[in-house]
Design a protein around this ligand. Sequence first.
Ligand SMILES: NC(=O)c1ccc[n+]([C@@H]2O[C@H](COP(=O)([O-])OP(=O)(O)OC[C@H]3O[C@@H](n4cnc5c(N)ncnc54)[C@H](OP(=O)(O)O)[C@@H]3O)[C@@H](O)[C@H]2O)c1
Length: 240
Amino acid sequence: MRRPKVICHMMSSVDGRLLTARWTKPFSGTDFKQYVEMYENAGGQFNASAWMIGRNTAQQDFDTGSFDYEKYEPAKRFETHIGSRTSAVSAIILDPNGKTSYNGSNLAGDNIIAVLGETVSQQYLAHLQKNGISYLFAGSDGMDLHKAMEVLYRDFALETILLEGGGIINGAFLKAGLIDELSIMLYPGIDGLGCIPAIIDHNGEIGELPGQGQTLEYRSAEVLEDGLVWLRYKVHQFKN
Ligand SMILES: NC(=O)c1ccc[n+]([C@@H]2O[C@H](COP(=O)([O-])OP(=O)(O)OC[C@H]3O[C@@H](n4cnc5c(N)ncnc54)[C@H](OP(=O)(O)O)[C@@H]3O)[C@@H](O)[C@H]2O)c1
């Protein structure tokens, strides 16, 4: 199957936690916005044709709303739709149940592509079409990430995608063996609380090993300004 290269690009506390608002302040006193800027500049160096986030991140960190997804019956036909494709980079939202509502075709200036399950309503598809948003289907439950990647490569010509969290979606990609490279920006701060999600957080059974059959090859480590450490690894899949 031909698919885009997936680079998981995340900012992490030194204890691998996900929620930036909880991290200790940097010793240098640097404004957190400057770390975010360094994270974004580093991501830009990959020249990716899209960035991709899970539904929670789309609703918590961006200007989106909630769609009353339980109100309507499932649609009868589920076909890829190409909406506005004017931006150089696309913003992909993995939203299997169609819970997110939008006010236009862009997220942070980039054309949106929604990855959905075959349970969403005609009303939801009409909402996306009205806003000029592209969509495709990732199997009946919207969780077939291999299928989503295949369609994004074939129908949207995306060659490199930055996977930018949250932890749940990163964990799903790891489990599916679909992460080709890890790019971790280690922020000089700590969370420390046991129950806080990690930057890669597959929601599996006790004893499950989501990374089994994969190895990380060290590529580079770079110390950026104000103690931000950029670590890069290539991910290999074992061949039997
Ligand atoms: N440190 C960082 O660099 C960074 C980066 C990004 C986000 N964040 C933070 O991360 C938090 C959100 O992360 P999160 O881990 O809770 O959620 P998430 O990964 O953003 O979204 C998870 C949701 O994606 C949907 N989904 C789509 N396909 C899926 C699949 N194959 N498997 C599993 N779920 C799938 C599900 O939506 P349904 O529930 O609708 O089924 C699931 O609940 C936010 O607080 C955000 O600020 C931090």
